[in-house]
Design a protein around this ligand. Structure first.
Ligand code: 3H9
Length: 710
């Protein structure tokens, strides 16, 4: 009979039953057996019971469902701690006087692996993933992981695992010494029981990881720590927890186990209290929440077994690569043979690059290319389940493509446009099947960038939206549901904070100072570097397009136009805001650009003033957050977290800050609103507080309060 040991646990999250001399302890806490308080209590109680029962000679820990244990319960972080604490549970497991065996399938991550390391023996089956991914949440392993792992597998291997947060396969875990045995079947229960009985038969002793000897070469271990520290200082700039990890592992080498555990705990608590932990945990949940768009709950996706791509330019080729990589057959349409050949060449270039870096074999390339077909006739799309148009950004051109798709595609085919800003409602309305039309806004390079804005026009049917989310999963993209407007979520907000940056530039900050301040905030690039990378001509075309509808009272900074008029489009022309040496992608400040800026300031009658980096960021972020609030207010984004994920995955927003809306919550919405009102004294038209921001401040609420409402 199964017994629950935790008297006050609301559910049987940890049960045990005797299997011969082995006490089988099962953690059954869906969805992923996270170590919430009930589980911790249940584990403690199970060990106590095993100690007391003389018929029990060994304990076998196993997870029900698809995983062993996915780690601490991330939802508990930031809340008052509830005993027993996980380090104490791990100590109790390790101190058990009867052998404890962890049988691992699926995820043994973070605290889950720490529980396994506290056990005396470990077996895993194929498909298991073992790792200490705490660093990705702004943390360090806080239940003995920084002390037991190096003692078991050595400082270098432990540092690699903990600093990267990567998952090791069962096979690698065996090679590292993280586990003792690799099961030969995927029946974790049978494998675990057999191993436990085998250990009993061999009278295997209790074997405590704290006494393991992989750190015995002290000099080599300290050298690994020093190398990791130097590397981390360079690579993890701005991050709080990685250097704490190095400190904790150093303590494992230099101090007794109990002292190391004390230090680990102190450092873990510092990490828990850091805003980076709050930002990273927000990102973890937000990227899962975006998948739950309403249509994915109410409608079933249509089948997607083949894809059509119209257009073989950079974007079309990137989309084709993403689809080919996902195992889908792709039919590419171009207007003539030469363009088609170029489209194919774009795809091959991506694969050849991977081959050159040793990341793909020629056979793999051949297998992918075998799924590619090209045609100059739309009729080749007759059987495609989903077609993505990636032609020139011009509504008439796009409508002509859609007329062809309407003519040739089978009933039920999903017809998608990759437009970045055009009116998808108008495209849909121009054909006979508007319910099949959707926006799939990929980001360049489309085979690499993770963001996919799923743009939902008025007439689209719910199953088409659900299909888009399914496609994102197949292509390993992160989909965010967006409404139709100029620029959707991301580019619409981008246009506004770019304007704020332009205004600061005209008012006296140099583009180089602005870029540096934005990089110091945590973006990989500043806004003017981004312009140079994307090509100044793209923004120039958009500005010309918007010119007729621009509010004549709105401030318009012409500096970028002056550069474009000279043909300075950025990296591809060798100069833009920066000067590029031939073949180099890192630009240098350009005195001629500074002279143009000076001339423009004079023309505009601006007396330049100086900006601190702090003011630059206040303005940049206030513009981003305010437009983010507008986008939520108008229903273009479902929730603030959808804006956050858009920026994390498509715009290089530093993940440890959680996204612009999370950042705003952490700064405090009253502060952001006060900034906007202060800036409005100079330009009331631009700095118009979003009604949503005003409302939230009046109610004393934050953006997070709107994140549950999709
Ligand atoms: C830690 O352990 C600290 C310790 O060192 C020290 C403590 C003192 N907690 O990803 P999925 C939810 S830090 C709470 O879609 P999959 C997730 O939100 C932790 N909830 O499934 C989702 O909920 P919903 C270190 C969690 O099959 C549902 O489970 N561990 C947790 O694609 C399904 O998740 C990690 O960082 C959690 N720990 O992937 C591992 N994990 O359905 C984090 C998941 O409401 N987890 N949920 O949206 C993962 O990497 C993946 O979830 C996993 C499964 C690979 C396990």
């Amino acid at each position: 009979m199964k017994t629950t040991f935790s008297a006050d646990a609301p559910a049987n999250v940890v049960t045990h039953e005797a299997r011969g001399k082995v006490l089988l302890v099962t953690i059954d806490h869906p969805p992923v057996n996270a170590l919430s308080a009930d589980v911790r209590r249940g584990l403690l109680a199970a060990v106590e019971a095993a100690e007391k029962d003389s018929a029990v000679e060994a304990v076998l820990l196993i997870g029900a469902g698809r995983n062993f244990i996915a780690g601490a319960d991330i939802r508990e972080f930031g809340k008052p701690p509830v005993p027993p604490m996980l380090p104490d549970v791990c100590h109790r497991i390790e101190a058990c006087t009867k052998p404890v065996i962890a049988a691992i399938h699926g995820a043994a991550l973070g605290g889950g692996l720490e529980v396994a390391l506290a056990a005396h023996y470990r077996i895993a089956v194929e498909g298991a993933k073992l790792g200490l991914p705490e660093v990705q949440l702004g943390l360090l392993p806080g239940a003995g992981g920084t002390q037991r792992t190096p003692r078991l597998i050595g400082a270098q291997a432990a540092l690699d695992l903990i600093l990267s947060g990567r998952h090791a396969s069962a096979k690698e875990a065996l090679a590292l010494g993280l586990i003792d045995r690799l099961g030969s079947s995927d029946d974790i229960l049978a494998e675990g029981l057999a191993y436990a009985h085998e250990l009993l038969a061999a009278q295997a002793p209790v074997r405590r990881t704290r006494e393991a000897a992989a750190l015995s070469d002290r000099a080599a271990s300290l050298a690994a720590v020093n190398a990791a520290r130097a590397e981390t200082e360079k690579k993890s700039r701005g991050l709080f927890s990685p250097l704490k990890i190095v400190d904790a592992v150093q303590a494992a080498i230099e101090q007794p186990f109990e002292e190391g555990i004390k230090l680990e705990r102190a450092l873990f608590l510092q990490c828990i209290d850091s805003p980076q932990r709050a930002g990273l945990v927000h990102a973890f949940f937000a990227e899962r929440e975006v998948l739950k768009a309403p249509e994915t709950r109410t409608a079933r996706p249509r089948a997607i077994e083949s894809i059509g791509v119209v257009g073989g330019g950079t974007m079309g080729a990137g989309i084709a690569v993403a689809a080919l990589d996902a195992g889908l057959p792709v039919t590419m349409i171009e207007r003539d043979d030469a363009s088609l050949a170029r489209g194919r060449a774009h795809i091959e270039k991506v694969y050849d690059g991977l081959i050159a870096k040793g990341r793909m074999s020629a056979d793999n390339k051949a297998a992918r290319m075998a799924r590619w077909t090209g045609s100059t006739s739309y009729d080749a799309l007759a059987q495609a389940d989903l077609v993505i148009e990636a032609v020139f950004e011009d509504i008439a051109v796009k409508q002509a493509v859609f007329a062809e798709l309407d003519r040739v595609c089978k009933a039920g085919a999903v017809l998608a446009t990759n437009t970045s800003y055009l009116d998808i409602d108008a495209i849909a309305a121009s054909i006979s099947r508007p319910a099949d039309v959707i926006g799939l806004h990929f980001f360049s390079p489309a085979n690499i960038m993770k963001l996919l804005e799923v743009v939902v026009p008025k007439q689209v049917s719910a199953d088409v939206v659900a299909t888009a989310f399914e496609l994102a999963k197949m292509l390993r993209k992160t989909p965010v549901r967006a409404g139709v407007c100029d620029g959707f979520i991301g580019n619409r907000i981008l246009a506004v904070y770019r304007s704020a940056a332009d205004a600061m530039m005209e008012d006296g900050a140099s583009p180089y100072q602005i870029d540096a301040a934005v990089r110091a905030f945590g973006f990989p690039m500043g806004p003017f570097q981004v312009v140079d990378l994307a090509g100044g001509d793209i923004g120039w075309a958009a500005r010309k397009r918007r010119a007729p509808t621009r509010d004549p009272r709105a401030r318009y900074v012409q500096i970028a136009d002056r550069l474009c008029e000279r043909g300075w489009f950025g990296q591809k022309t060798g100069r833009g805001f920066y000067l590029y040496e031939p073949g180099s992608r890192s630009g240098k400040p350009d005195p001629e650009v500074e002279a143009i800026i000076d001339a423009e300031r004079e023309r505009a009658g601006v007396k330049p003033r100086s900006f601190t980096d702090d003011e630059i960021i206040r303005r940049y972020m206030a513009a981003m957050v305010n437009e983010g609030a507008n986008v939520v207010h108008e229903g273009i984004a479902l929730r603030p977290l959808d804006v956050d994920v858009t920026f994390l995955y498509g715009y290089g927003f530093p993940r440890y800050r959680g996204g612009p809306m999370k950042f705003a919550d952490m700064v405090g919405l009253p502060t952001i609103l006060a900034d906007i009102r202060e800036f409005a004294e100079e330009d009331a038209l631009f700095w118009k507080p979003s009604p949503l921001l005003v409302e939230l401040v009046e109610r004393g609420a934050d953006f997070a309060s709107l994140n549950q409402t999709a």
